[in-house]
Design a protein. Structure first.
Length: 422
């Protein structure tokens, strides 16, 4: 969603998100837009996504820098975005209305009345919209939010409520919505790099060796890390971080540069940040965005597997602070059950074993119930509308382990006999 609404192409990796037994996936997102003058609007954006194999030409372009003897893969896919729909409930309307629907084969989008109101009805405009629609399909972009389409809408009427809401949603996706997947966690666990997520973008720091930055970049990084460190010292008492200035040098363009090392300071002792735990480095990586979500109503931060590597008690402290005093929206997934003990049940969704209804809220939960205990009870009793966990049987696990161990021992014996005979 962030890529599409920002006018950017969807990464090819998302093509693998379509279920193997389905032709496409359909996603819908609803937004509440609240304005200083009290006006509230509700917008909805939905789209379908399918995948198609890359052509030979696309494969050659992607792997053009690989050795000639490299065999091109024949199963790589790219995403295709289609059937986009934008709906809006605005002041004066009694219900949410479809403003743009791109599913029509006969027109760039329908309804015709809204198209003429937003973009105009001239033949030149229709041709331009059709060209944009084809470009969006070929590049895995959103036809609705691509810059070329919004430019056409702006030329027609930049004061239209429809155009303004589209522009506001695009602005939100670019500057107020932040999504962090598990790729960064892999880099952190392997200690290969430390990505620092900020409002301006991602800064990837090498946590293993010294780095060279221009004087301007060094000062900006120092400011960012200082802000992060001020909160970090409260989350992990006695710990702060910063860039150690090791020496001065000259960059390739002749400008002054600084050789630095990413350091941690704990109880008066200095050590390379790479020596800190995965959990601490994970918090440092995302803390700037958590600060933004805590302080700004319009900021939304979504982190996959936020709990990975983080000390359970500290995880609870962060979540409680966000729930009690945070202004923005913080969305995360977690395997850890600590959130069940510290977050109000109205904020919690649980995965189910039903692909057709993957997320639910638990029902019939009293205010005095221990949600963690209740969750385990539901696994056993299955009293919810959906099965939240397919129960395992311990004796079957034990039998499988014994059987696998016996098979492995037999294979090792055969290998040993073979070695002796040879």
């Amino acid at each position: 969603m962030k890529d599409l609404m920002s006018g950017q192409p969807v990464a090819n990796s998302y093509a693998e998100c379509v279920a193997v037994d389905k032709d496409h996936a359909e996603l819908e997102f609803v937004f509440d837009l609240q304005y200083p003058d009290g006006i509230i609007r509700e917008a909805s954006y939905s789209f379908c996504m399918s995948s198609v194999n890359l052509t030979d030409e696309e494969l050659r372009e992607r792997y053009k820098n690989f050795p000639e003897e490299f065999d091109l893969p024949d199963d790589e896919k790219r995403a295709i975005i289609f059937n986009e729909k934008f709906s809006l409930l605005w002041e004066g309307a009694s219900k949410r209305q479809v403003i743009i629907d791109t599913s029509s084969k006969k027109a760039p989008f329908t309804p015709d009345t809204k198209r003429k109101e937003i973009a105009g009805g001239g033949s030149k405009t229709l041709v331009a919209l059709e060209v944009n629609k084809q470009l969006a399909k070929n590049s895995a972009k959103s036809f609705i939010f691509m810059k070329e389409t919004l430019d056409l809408f702006e030329e027609k009427d930049n004061k239209s409520v429809f155009f303004r809401v589209l522009a506001e949603l695009r602005f939100f996706a670019r500057f107020y919505l932040y999504v962090i997947d598990t790729k960064s966690s892999g880099l952190i666990r392997l200690n290969l790099a430390l990505p620092i997520y900020t409002r301006q973008g991602v800064i990837t720091l090498d946590s293993r060796r010294s780095m060279t930055y221009s004087l301007e970049t060094f000062e900006e990084l120092s400011d960012d890390l200082s802000s992060i460190s001020s909160v970090l010292s409260q989350l992990v008492p006695g710990l702060s971080i910063g860039l150690r200035k090791m020496s001065e040098t000259v960059a390739k363009d002749g400008s002054p540069a600084i050789v630095t090392m990413l350091m941690a300071y704990r109880d008066g002792k200095e050590l390379p940040l790479r020596e800190e735990s995965d959990g601490v480095r994970k918090i440092i990586s995302v803390l700037s965005l958590i600060i933004a979500a805590f302080n700004e109503e319009s900021v939304t931060v979504a982190i996959d597997e936020f709990d990975a590597g983080i000390f359970e008690y500290l995880l609870g402290e962060i979540l409680q602070a966000m729930e009690e005093s945070g202004k923005g929206q913080f969305i995360f997934t977690s395997h850890n059950l600590r959130p069940l003990e510290v977050i109000d049940k109205k904020f919690l969704y649980f995965t189910t074993a039903n692909p057709a209804n993957r997320y639910i809220r638990l029902k019939k939960i009293a205010a005095t119930n221990n949600l963690r205990d209740t969750y385990f009870r539901e696994i056993v009793l299955n009293e919810q509308d959906e099965i939240i966990y397919k129960r395992t049987k311990r004796f079957k696990i034990v039998a499988a382990l014994v059987q696998a161990g016996g098979r492995r021992n037999g294979q090792e014996a055969e290998t040993e006999d073979s070695f002796i005979l040879s």
